[in-house]
Design a protein around this ligand. Structure first.
Ligand code: SF4
Length: 294
């Protein structure tokens, strides 16, 4: 099959070679565990049942999951094992199943979800993505995904090219997010403050790039309105492997405050913010070649 699952349009047969994302036709899981470092409405008190897939169709130079970006690390899994992993995370008490970088494994994930739901998976399923997505791929998940957390990274194409090798990022990301909102609306919480359905757009404020954060917020307000739930993240952590001088420092309090102030001045009504003290290694979980869910 010629892979056109994302805007890279590699058109290669992944049973024979890996794509730009580093993925073959068999999904690899680099970590499956309860994760407590997502937004409070996602991690809750019992944790988010997070499945980190190995490989990614973005190549962000500052990636906090750099160890799994190229698709090398991780345990190859069958559809049955993937489905069993979801059910095991639910049995461990997870508030949701959190699929991180799922796009290259659409067909296996769809089959695993159908099987898991048939066998008792009832908690919400979350699609956690860098938003470099094709509308057709997102549409194919309709009725299987309850929650979307698209990270809208850049408005400026120069940044998208330079930092993520993703030419033309912004328009495709916005169209993909529009399709997510069409499917499930804006994020709603239950009586305990846990997300049950809908979209929340994430945006990581990068050092020296508050101008682009403002442009992202302007565009979201214009297209989706200021009721659109946001998560404005401050957790940028310089990666020693990153060779970009502009990204060699943390975000300053002044930069983050300026981004939050601008966001609120536009009238956004549901904005999750972070303290700068949330920066740290806890956002980079340990990855491995084996899934250990004992
Ligand atoms: S999912 Fe991977 S192989 Fe397929 S088009 Fe995207 S980057 Fe290329």
């Amino acid at each position: 099959m010629s892979c056109t699952l994302c805007p890279r349009n590699c058109q290669i047969d992944r049973t024979a070679a890996n794509g730009f994302c580093g993925c073959s036709s068999v999904p690899k899981i680099a970590r499956a565990a309860l994760h407590f470092d997502e937004e409070p409405c996602i991690s809750g008190t019992r944790g988010s049942g997070t499945i980190f897939f190995s490989g990614c169709n973005l190549k962000c130079v500052f990636c906090q999951n750099m160890a799994i970006q190229d698709g090398t690390l991780g345990e190859p899994v069958s559809v049955d094992k993937l489905s069993a992993t979801m059910l095991r995370l639910q049995a461990m008490g997870a508030h949701n199943i959190n699929l991180v970088t799922p796009t290259p494994h659409r067909d296996a994930i769809r089959s695993a979800l159908l099987s898991a739901k048939k066998n008792g998976l009832t908690i919400p399923v979350l699609y956690n993505t860098g938003s470099y997505e094709s509308v057709d791929t997102i549409r194919s998940f309709e009725s299987l995904i309850d929650l979307y957390l698209p990270d809208l990274k850049y408005r400026d194409d120069r940044l998208a090219r330079r930092f993520s090798r993703a030419e033309g990022y912004f328009p495709v990301a916005m169209d993909a997010i529009a399709e997510m909102i069409r499917q499930v609306g804006f994020m709603r919480l239950d009586e305990n403050g846990i997300a049950v359905r809908g979209v929340r757009i994430r945006h990581l404020v990068l050092p020296g790039c508050v101008f682009d954060t403002r442009a992202v917020l302007d565009a979201v307000a214009e297209r989706f309105g200021t009721d659109c739930p946001l998560s404005l993240m401050s957790q940028y952590t310089p990666n020693p492997a990153c060779k970009e001088p502009a990204l060699s420092r943390r975000l300053t309090q002044r930069e983050y405050d300026s981004a939050v102030e601008y966001c609120l001045s536009l009238g956004f009504s549901d904005v999750l913010t972070q303290g700068l003290d949330s920066v740290g290694s806890s956002f980079t979980p340990p990855f491995s070649d084996r899934i250990d869910l004992s």
